[in-house]
Design a protein around this ligand. Structure first.
Ligand code: ADP
Ligand code: MG
Length: 401
């Protein structure tokens, strides 16, 4: 595994030092109030550890898409109350990221105090990854800590550039994420299973292509399974299906075959004539019995049971994408059942289970098993790029030669 420095590599006493800490404060808001502070809670241990060691901690983050302009409604100070609440500390807001205003603020801070710098994306050099901006930010700090894995797929000044101009460390949340991902696909215990579900094959082509070469079992569910089934000559009726991707599906299946990866497609499915909660037309059938006016909305109970048996033979699981239209009951059944199986195996110590993706996290929370998984990534885009086998610039920049 490529290695990176962590907070353990810093001196125990950081009194007199200024830490520039990249966190994720791109929080969901409604009517000016933060509706979910998960991302703040993820980085709280890093922030508090540095403060408690005596550093003056300067938080760096982006908020929304101001595109290099100062947009007052996109000031990161919109998150100040939520951050202070989660940290249980006072946080000073500084409306700049470079220059004398930041320097003066540092002069006011005492060792162990925390400040929040303005939205990094107010400055054009952030998204352009301008080395001059990185240097100007760095001029006010002694070292850089990146705790925002969710922003690591972007090569921006605050996510990548700073790591080149200051001593750079992974924060605790970044460290946990990288360790979990390494365990899941970098250097996993075999056999490895991947569950890939969700709506569309087209959005996850790179994920599928990467995984067939990496895992022993590829479990395909959700709307994506319909596309694969159709490519195999199954009549999927009115199901969500990308018929134009038939050839691509065949290529993926061929690649899997060559790599010794077993692909699992459902052989029974749950169908309905209309997409609604508990529709009258609901029924379970073999994939070859879907009527022209029906759509597949979940994988069936036999397939789910067979997949649970596959997981029992595996040591590692990586999961992205629900198996059915889980937001609408009863099309959450297979996702909930397989998530519970994976959680139970994880609790027994038989399986390392890593999951990620916006809807996947929601589905695991809905199943009530997110806490039992070995690791659940809330990083969305960065998690998917990692599943595609891409090198994340923010992570790469932390790596030690
Ligand atoms: P993630 O956000 O975890 O990466 P996706 O966004 O790829 O997951 O996919 C989630 C969506 O896929 C959900 O909204 C779910 O309703 C939808 N979905 C899953 N199975 C089906 C299906 N058979 N038909 C239609 N939509 C489906
Ligand atoms: Mg999604």
């Amino acid at each position: 595994m490529t290695s990176f420095k962590t907070l353990d590599d810093l001196p125990a006493d950081l009194t007199g030092q200024v830490a520039l800490v990249r966190v994720d404060l791109n929080l969901p808001m409604a009517d000016g109030v933060v509706t979910d502070d998960t991302r703040v809670r993820a980085s709280a241990p890093t922030i508090l550890e540095l403060a408690d060691k005596g550093a003056k901690v300067l938080l760096l983050a982006h908020f929304g898409r101001p595109k290099g302009e100062k947009v007052s409604t996109l000031s990161v100070s919109m998150t100040l109350d939520a951050v202070q609440h989660v940290l249980g500390r006072e946080v000073m807001f500084v409306p700049e990221i470079t220059g004398p205003v930041v320097a003066q603020s540092i002069g006011i801070l005492k060792p162990g105090d925390i400040a929040m710098l303005e939205n990094t994306r107010f400055w054009k050099g952030e998204e352009a990854n301008d080395p001059n901006l990185a240097k100007a930010i760095a001029a006010n700090g002694d070292f850089y800590v990146n705790d925002a894995f969710s922003a690591a797929h972007r090569a921006h000044a605050s996510t990548e550039g700073l790591a080149h101009v200051l001593p750079a460390y992974a924060g605790r949340a970044m460290e946990a994420e990288l360790t979990a991902l390494e365990q899941a696909l970098g250097n996993p215990e075999r056999p490895v299973a991947a569950v890939v579900g969700g709506a569309k094959v087209s959005s996850k082509l790179d994920v599928l292509s990467h995984l067939v070469a990496k895992v022993d079992h590829l479990i395909i569910g959700g709307g994506m399974a319909n596309t694969f089934l159709a490519a195999r000559g199954v009549n999927v009726g009115k199901s969500l299906c990308e018929h134009d991707l038939a050839a691509t599906c065949e290529q993926i299946l061929d690649a899997a075959d060559k790599a010794g990866c077993t692909v699992h497609l459902p052989y029974d499915v749950v169908v309905a004539k209309e997409f609604a909660a508990n529709p009258l037309s609901l029924r379970t059938c073999n994939v070859h019995e879907v009527a022209a006016d029906e759509m597949i909305l979940d994988i069936g109970p036999q397939a789910t049971e067979a997949l649970a048996d596959v997981l029992k033979t595996c040591r590692t699981l990586v999961w992205n994408g629900p198996l059915g239209a889980f937001e609408t009951p009863p099309f959450d059944t297979a996702t909930v059942a397989l998530a519970k199986s994976a959680a139970a195996l994880t609790s027994e110590g038989a399986l390392v289970s890593v999951a990620g993706g916006g809807d996947t996290v929601a589905a695991l929370n809905h199943a009530g098993v997110a806490a039992q998984f070995s690791y659940v990534s809330t990083a969305g885009g960065a998690f998917l790029e990692w599943m595609e086998g891409k090198e994340l610039p923010g992570v790469k920049a932390l790596e030690q030669p």
